[in-house]
Ligand binder design. Sequence first.
Ligand SMILES: NC(=O)c1ccc[n+]([C@@H]2O[C@H](COP(=O)([O-])OP(=O)(O)OC[C@H]3O[C@@H](n4cnc5c(N)ncnc54)[C@H](OP(=O)(O)O)[C@@H]3O)[C@@H](O)[C@H]2O)c1
Length: 97
Amino acid sequence: MRIAIVGANGQLGNDLVKVLRPLHDLTPLTRADVQVTSPESVEAMLRTHQPELVMNMAAFHKVDVCEDEVEPAFAVNAYGVRTLAWPAGLTRLCCCI
Ligand SMILES: NC(=O)c1ccc[n+]([C@@H]2O[C@H](COP(=O)([O-])OP(=O)(O)OC[C@H]3O[C@@H](n4cnc5c(N)ncnc54)[C@H](OP(=O)(O)O)[C@@H]3O)[C@@H](O)[C@H]2O)c1
């Protein structure tokens, strides 16, 4: 399966890449490759890589910082997921929370 892993250089993303790489056609994507806060960036990534499954490991999850920086936290953790899920043609999205 063609799988795009978003947030691939995070702790969980990094582990998933190691486990899934031998089994699937994997595209690990860092924040430099795709910004989940940007619909244009997400659409460009989907056009380029045409994944059958997107696994979202992108997160803003330093809990103490999230409490003070609510907008950036929501931008990644809530609206970022919507931005990944929204584009037509995306068949499957898996998120880790
Ligand atoms: N680690 C665990 O044991 C564990 C267990 C269960 C669930 N989870 C959940 O899994 C998710 C990831 O956790 P983690 O521990 O792997 O976190 P992490 O190490 O902080 O990784 C998060 C990744 O998200 C990327 N990111 C942040 N903002 C982004 C944006 N706007 N666009 C694209 N990428 C962005 C970061 O990129 P930069 O490196 O460039 O900042 C980083 O690579 C969280 O939802 C967490 O709650 C984690």
